[in-house]
Design a protein around this ligand. Sequence first.
Ligand SMILES: *Cc1c(COP(=O)(O)O)cnc(C)c1O
Length: 485
Amino acid sequence: MKQPTIFERSVAGRRGVTLPRLSPAEARGPLPVPPALCADAPPDLPEVSELDVVRHYTLLSQRNCCVDTHFYPLGSCTMKYNPRVCEKVAALDGFAGIHPLLPQLRGGGALTQGALEVLWRTERLLCDLTGMEAFTLQPMAGAHGELTGLLLIAAYHRAQGRPRRRVLIPDSAHGTNPASAAIAGFEVVPVATGPDGTIDLADFEARLTPDTAAVMLTCPNTLGLFERQIREVAERAHANGTLLYYDGANMNALMGRVRPGDLGFDVLHLNAHKTLSTPHGGGGPGAGPVGVKAALLPFLPVSTVEKRDDGTFALNYDRPQSIGYIAPFYGNFGVLLRAYTYLLALGGDGLREATDHAVLNANYLRVRLRACFDVPYDRLCLHEVVLSAERQARAGVRAVDIAKALIDAGFHPPTVYFPLIVREALMIEPTETESKQTLDSFIAALEAIARRAEEEPGSFAEQPASTPVSRPDETKAARDMRLKA
Ligand SMILES: *Cc1c(COP(=O)(O)O)cnc(C)c1O
C-alpha cells in the first residue's frame, strides 16, 4: 500500500495545536525582530493535525525492517539483538540528563563523577578483553577508530624521527581501511589474499619496505576466516619497525577466546555498536574505541579519563604529545554506556559463550547451505560465512535477485557483492542471538529460492512484491533523490 507523504496529507488551515490569540502588545514581543530577518512568506510546512502526525510516523516506523522484527543476517554488520537492559541503563535520568560541561570534580558539583567512572571502568574492561595497555573511547564509529589509530601510528613514527608513508592492507579488507589510511595521509598498498582465503605471506613480505608505517589486518577477515599467519606477519612487521593494526570490528568472533594484544597487535579499534550491543544502522550512532600498547600511549587524543589518588575521576587535557581532538567532549557516551552494561551483564563467561554461539551459528549455515550454494572458501569459518551465487548466476539469477527474493520470504537480505574478491557474494552473519528454529526457516527459504532458480529462473524479475517500492534504479535513487511524490 502506498503511503502518502506528510506533505500530501496537508490540508490548508489544519493545525496540530491552536494557541490563544496574542494581544497586539504580546504579538510585538519584548524584542522586535528586525524586518531584514523576517521571511517574506511563511515556511512551506505541511498543515496537519497532531493525529495526522502520530499516524504518519507510527506507520512509517512500522515499515522499518529491523532486528526487533526480522532475522537480519547482514554480513559484516553484526545486526544482533540488543538486550533491553542496556537500553534501560542508557535511559536512566542520571545518565541521559547530564551535560558534558557540568563540573567534573567533587566540590565543584560531582555531577559527572558517575559518568567518568563508567568511562574509566569501560576502558579497563576493554583492556582486559583485548590485551591492550590503554583505550580512548572517543571515536564515534569503526572508521573513525581506524582514522584515530592511523593518526596515532603516524605520530609514533614522527616521534621516532622517521616518518613513514605506506600502509599495507589485504585486498579482502573492509573499504573503510584503505579510505581511513588515505585520509590519514598514507599511501595504501594492497596485499593479495592466498588460495586459502587468508593473507598471502609471500606477497606481504614483498611489499614490506622500510617506508611501511603499518599493516592493517582484520581478524576474522571479511571472508569470516581466522588469519592463521598473524604471528608470522607480526614478527616480520616488527623486525621492520612496522606497527600492526587490528581492525576489531569482528571481535564478536573472538571475545573471550583470543586477545589481539597477545597476538602482537600494537593498535586496534573495536566496533562497540557491533560487538557490544547498541542498535545500529542508518549511519549511527556508534563508538569505535581504540586500544594501544604502551609505546603509543603518549599520543592518545585529548582528553583522557584519569583516576586520581583521592579516588575521584577527571578529564586530562594536558597531554603534550597527543594527536589532539578527534571528537567533541568524550565520544558517544550513550553507546559506551550500553557497551559497559553489556560487558557487565554477560561477564567473561557470557562473552565467551556469545562468541561460541556466533561461530556455531555461522558454521551451521555453511554446512546446511553448501548443497545449494557454492562456498568458495569451504573451511571452518568464524562468525560469518560467505557463499557465492555463481551457480545460480549461470542460469541468470544473480546474488541481487536472491536478496530480493529473501525479502518476500520475510528475511532481511545478507550483504551482497562483498567482499569484492568473491564473485556473486552472499555474506551471511547470523549472530549469536538467533535460535536454531530461525536459522532453519532461513535455510528453508534459501533452499526454496535455489530450487526456483533452477526450475524457473525467469520468476525473479518482479521481486520483491511485498514492499511499497519493488526494484528502484538504485543509482538514480541515490544521485537524483526525490523525497516528494
Ligand atoms: C563495520 C566495519 C568497519 C567500519 O565500521 P563503521 O562503524 O561502520 O565505521 C570496519 N571494518 C570492518 C571489518 C567492519 O565490519
